[in-house]
Design a protein around this ligand. Structure first.
Ligand code: ADP
Ligand code: ZN
Length: 610
């Protein structure tokens, strides 16, 4: 078996995934072949797997240098859950715990050790490292080595001398989500990477839906947004501490379970706010930008910015905390012109106390103003939001319209849809009021869908009659027809679509019906949002989520460490009844099957049997 075969096997057996994500395979192959690596991958792309799989395949131990205690802890508990022997060495350990861990490390107990950069050159650690077989050294959040970035960490400068002290130079890889050219060059230079394999997988996060709203009343808009995302977990960023407190209070008054978080709060309160949010016991956290760095919660379904941040770097970083599990997530910016003025004020007055000389201060302020201008264009302009972000980061997107942002969805025009409305109504009649909006739309566009075939709906003459419109448009039309009382939906958990009081008029087509829809000639990839979201059995999903909560509480770990949302969805979708079938669920490997397989199988069994 080649090393790459072993890597593929580990992907399935240990981590429970079928395929590599973009870039992962190349990075793993490069590491396995003995090369140094410099990888730029956006948040959520799956950097960890890129070095964890080689760690399992290569003989010896892998050292991972990581900047944050919380990141290390989460990574290690996730690895242990998958049955991988791992540990961390940082200042959160007592001297006794530290010695014990080091003893184990000496005895070759661990495959992966996470270590804080400041530890590397300590006598104890050096002594261990010089006598161990080190397969590779990995530098996570590698941009911390560069003084160009905001996250400069002097300890990272000890990595290169540490490597020099080792009797045999291990392969060295660096990972970051920060892309600017100067930072990349710094990483290669300061870590002294040798002819590294360089890869940048691109900054797009296709599962994020970007949205800008420009409301008069932000509170009302926020409440509307949260109502649309009921039951989901998310972050609301505010520009100031005062804002955090006011918004959190407002939400609680409106009956929404929300906690506040900012650097001015007492440590204890802040810690418990964070823990409650990560543990899924409070769904919404209202925070300043102090919240997020180092918080490894993958199932964040939305990030709302109550205020516009100062630049697109900050915005994309904060918004990017949504959807790290690869599930569909929403990033919504609430914009008001006052945001621009506040940021201008901060730029003009923020530098006063800094140690920079007057001239440098002015240059810095000019650059900050330029960045603010770009941010403002994003908030106020038209066109595709994704294109604008990616363009800002120097990437040329493949499409002008991504079809998955509010900019694209509003690239629209009013037109006559009298004929289409008639076709929709006759389709709904043919389906005899037994199906919901989503399935009806899929029938009308002639989607290939198991449920449609199974119910014989592909035999209807309405099947595929609106294929040219695309699913998003057809759904939009159905929504408008409901508002116009041409169609109506029943009450209840699974609302069904049926003809409304004005269905007959629409069918006869006496009166023209006009709607605003994306124009046919804009190259919009329709239906993307809709098709991405698999229809799952909500009731089963709720039960699986509750089981995950119980287990997480018992074990004192965040729920997503047990299984991610994506895994639970896939499980609800596949409904495994045997251990072998359970292994086919995305994100279930041998380790997790061993630990939780039976509990989840029993839950599914009980559900199906009811
Ligand atoms: P990053 O460090 O790049 O922000 P992570 O390594 O935390 O991202 O991975 C993000 C999520 O993607 C995790 O939940 C991880 O389990 C999942 N993931 C990683 N690789 C794959 C893959 N090949 N298939 C499916 N999910 C994956
Ligand atoms: Zn777009």
């Amino acid at each position: 078996m080649t090393a790459m075969d072993a890597a593929r096997q580990a992907l399935g057996e240990v981590f429970g995934y079928d395929d590599f994500r973009p870039g992962q395979e190349q990075v793993i192959a490069a590491i396995l072949s003995g090369r140094d690596v410099m990888a730029v991958m956006p948040t959520g792309a799956g950097k960890s797997l890129c070095y964890q799989i080689p760690a399992l395949v290569l003989p010896g131990v892998t050292l991972v240098v990581s900047p944050l205690i919380s990141l290390m802890r989460d990574q290690v508990s996730a690895l242990l859950q998958n049955g991988v022997r791992a540990a961390y060495l940082n200042s959160s350990l007592t001297p006794r715990q530290f010695m014990l861990a080091l003893q184990n490390a000496r005895n070759g107990v661990y495959k992966i050790i996470y270590v804080a950069p400041e530890r590397l050159l300590t006598e104890l650690f050096l002594d261990f490292a010089c006598h161990a077989q080190i397969a590779q050294v990995v530098v996570d959040e590698a941009h911390c080595v560069s003084q160009w970035g905001q996250d400069f960490r002097p300890g990272y400068l000890q990595i290169e001398p540490f490597i020099k002290r080792l009797p045999v130079r291990p392969r060295l890889s660096a990972f970051t989500a920060t892309a600017t050219e100067s930072v990349r060059r710094d990483i290669v230079r300061l870590l002294d990477l040798k002819a590294p394999y360089e890869i940048s997988t691109g900054f797009d996060r296709p599962n994020l839906y970007f949205e800008v709203r420009r409301p008069k009343d932000r509170d009302a808009e926020l409440l509307r947004f949260l109502a649309e995302h009921k039951g989901q977990s998310g972050i609301v960023y505010c520009g100031t501490r005062k804002g955090v407190e006011e918004v959190a209070r407002m939400l609680r008054q409106e009956g929404i379970d929300a906690v506040g978080y900012h650097a001015g709060m007492p440590d204890e309160e802040r810690r418990s706010a964070q823990e409650d949010f990560v543990a899924d016991s409070v769904p919404v956290i209202v925070a300043t930008n102090a919240f997020g760095m180092g918080i490894d919660k993958s199932n964040v379904s939305f990030v709302v910015h109550y205020n516009m941040p100062k630049d697109l770097e900050s915005y994309y970083q904060e918004a990017g905390r949504a959807g790290r599990d690869g599930e569909e997530a929403v990033c919504c910016l609430l914009y008001q012109p006052a945001d621009v003025r506040l940021n201008q004020f901060l730029i003009e007055h923020g530098q006063e106390e800094s140690e920079l000389d007057a001239q440098t201060q002015q240059v810095v302020a000019e650059r900050a103003k330029e960045r603010l201008k770009q941010m403002t264009f994003y908030a106020t302009g038209s066109g595709c939001l994704r294109t604008r972000i990616l363009g800002y980061f120097g990437e040329r997107p493949a499409k002008v319209y991504c079809g998955n942002c509010s900019g694209c969805l509003s690239a629209a025009q009013e037109r006559d849809v009298t004929r289409e409305a008639g076709q929709i109504v006759s389709g709904v009649m043919a389906m005899q009021g037994r199906y919901g909006k989503a399935l009806t739309a899929r029938v009308l566009v002639g989607a290939r869908d198991e449920r449609i075939r199974a119910r014989g709906l592909d035999k209807l003459s309405a099947f595929g009659c609106l294929r040219a419109e695309g699913e998003t448009n057809v759904r939009a039309m159905i929504d408008e027809l409901i508002v116009d009382e041409v169609l109506e939906v029943t009450e209840g958990e699974y609302p069904l679509l049926r003809p409304g009081p004005r269905a007959r008029e629409a069918l006869l087509g006496d009166e023209p019906i006009r709607m605003t829809l994306p124009t046919a000639d804009t190259p919009i990839e329709t239906g993307r949002r809709v098709t991405q979201k698999r229809q799952v059995d909500k009731a089963l999903l709720v039960r699986l989520t509750a089981l995950r909560r119980r287990i997480a509480e018992e074990q004192h770990v965040p729920p997503f460490i047990i299984f991610t949302n994506a895994t639970l969805r896939d499980m609800a979708d596949k409904r495994p009844r045997t251990r072998a079938a359970m292994l086919r669920v995305d994100g279930v490997g041998a380790g997790k099957l061993e630990r939780y397989g039976d509990a989840f199988l029993r839950e599914i069994e009980a559900y199906v049997g009811e």
